[in-house]
Design a protein. Structure first.
Length: 163
């Protein structure tokens, strides 16, 4: 049984390195997308400080539909031209939003959210969905988080295709 360990470092790059190792261990040997998404969201949500939501939206061919997550109940469907999630999905670029109130079209699922990072999930050129993380703190996410979250998202995607 996998046991999540508290992060040992105060440095963000080191925290993400520790978390990457835990994510690999947690997802090892399982390829089911829902199972791995659920455990991955729970790992990130419980490991990193200052979060109020962490989870997935999967692309159904038309729009984004909420998947496994931790946090308050969320909006179910997001069009690709709506919100931070839609922006990440349609541009296929990670969105780091320091102040969600200043982001045109931001969708407030939890009124407590103040900043957000959304990583697009692309497999063989096809949009699988996005990984979305919210914080009640203003400017919670920076370049270290972008690099770290993209690395974590890659580990999730790799788990789906591992032999
Ligand atoms: N804030 C997101 C919507 C999803 S919730 O944050 C969970 C957005 O603007 O796309």
């Amino acid at each position: 049984m996998f046991t999540a360990a508290a992060l040992q470092s105060d440095s963000k790059p080191e925290q993400y390195a520790e978390l990457a190792e835990q994510a690999r261990g947690l997802l090892h040997g399982e390829r089911d997308r829902i199972a791995n998404a659920a455990n991955f969201a729970a790992l990130v949500y419980n490991a990193l400080p200052g979060l109020n939501w962490a989870g997935f939206y999967f692309f159904d061919g038309t729009e984004l539909v909420v998947g496994p997550f931790q946090g308050q109940p969320a909006c179910v469907r997001i069009a690709l031209d709506k919100g931070v999630c839609g922006a990440a999905a349609s541009t296929r670029q990670t969105q780091v939003v320091l102040d969600v109130h200043a982001f045109p079209g931001h969708i407030a699922c939890d009124a407590a959210s103040r900043s957000e990072i959304v990583v697009p999930l692309v497999v063989d050129g096809n949009l699988l969905g996005v990984f979305d993380v919210d914080s009640p703190e203003l400017a919670r996410f920076d370049e270290d988080d972008r690099v770290g979250m993209e690395r974590l998202a890659a580990i999730f995607l790799q788990s789906l295709r591992a032999e």
